[in-house]
Every structure is written in C-alpha cells, then in structure tokens.
Design a protein around this ligand. Structure first.
Ligand code: HEC
Length: 144
C-alpha cells in the first residue's frame, strides 16, 4: 500500500471510530428541556422576588429583565449560562456573594415576571441539570 493509501485507510478507520462513538451519546435534543414546560415553583419565585428586593432593586428595576431586554439578553441561552453570568457579575458591588441557590431563585422570579409557567418541581441549583434547560422564547413573542 502506498503511503497515500495508508493515510486514506487510516482516516476512514478514524472516521468510523468517531461515528461509532457518537452513536453511543444520545442526541442533545433528547435531554434538553425548556422553560416553557414549567421548571420552577411559585414558592421559589416568591423567594427570588424577596432576594431581588434585597440584592438587586437598589440598582435595577424589574422592567430591565422583561420584554425586549429579556428577549435579547436571555432567550436562546441555557438557564445555567444566565445563573453563572449572574453569579459571576452581580451584585455589581459584591460579585460572587450570592449563593447559587439565591441566583437560581432570582432566575425563577425572572421567568415568572416574563410569564413563563410555574410547575411542580423547583429549579435545582445543580449546574449539570441547569445546562439542559433552554430559555426558549414564549410562543407569543416569536412572531415579528
Ligand atoms: C450596585 C448596583 C448593582 C446591584 C446591587 C446589582 N446590579 Fe446588576 N448591574 C448593575 C450595572 C451598573 C449593570 C450594567 C453594567 C454592567 O453590565 O456591568 C448591571 C448589569 C446587570 C445585568 C446585565 C449583565 C449582562 O451580562 O447581561 C444583569 C442580568 C444584572 N445586572 C442583574 C442583577 C441582579 C439579578 C442583581 C441582584 C442579585 C443585580 N444585578 C445587582 C448594577 C447593579
């Protein structure tokens, strides 16, 4: 076999291997959930509201996290992205002070402010799970 043929053969083997590897991992879509499904509880959103009042309202009005601002800055991301961004940057005068749970509660409150449904189970602060929850736009805001 010429060197060129060997390389082609090797590449084919590697491609085959990659395909076989991929086949074992379920497609991402199967695990992805959406905030449209009701991923937080009412009680959690209430806690988030209290935390927002305590930690955020000195500098922010809730209107900064709804409507167009929400659609531009939040939709299309995972809940985890937003929680981590929040935790790393806010409150501006003391980033990192908030517990992950508080950030998740505030996220639940923001979802409620934007009219997303609540559900039976709390949004957990486990970041692995949060990365699977997508912030989809509400159907009524998808239209131009
Ligand atoms: C001391 C004032 C202050 C406090 C307290 C504060 N923020 Fe902010 N926040 C700001 C300012 C100023 C900006 C815009 C400048 C910037 O992005 O750095 C901002 C930006 C943001 C953004 C947009 C950042 C981005 O990357 O999209 C979010 C979301 C946010 N704040 C959420 C919160 C939440 C939630 C709290 C409460 C936990 C909070 N902030 C507390 C001052 C504050």
């Amino acid at each position: 076999m010429s060197t060129k043929r060997k390389i082609v053969a090797l590449a084919l083997v590697m491609l085959g291997g990659a395909r076989a590897g991929q086949a074992q991992v379920p497609p991402a879509r199967e695990t992805v959930r959406s905030v449209l499904e009701g991923v937080y509880t009412e009680a959690q959103a209430e806690r988030g509201k209290a935390a927002f009042g305590r930690e955020c309202s000195a500098c922010h009005a809730t209107g900064e996290f709804t409507g167009a601002a929400f659609r531009l800055g939040w939709t299309g991301q995972s809940v985890r992205d937003r929680v981590e961004n929040l935790r790393a940057t806010m409150p501006l005068d003391a980033p990192g002070r908030l517990a992950a749970k508080e950030c998740v509660d505030i996220l639940a409150y923001v979802l409620k402010l934007n009219g997303y449904p609540s559900g039976e189970k709390e949004l957990a602060s486990d970041s692995e799970r949060l990365s699977e929850i997508r912030i989809d736009p509400k159907p009524d805001t998808r239209k131009p």
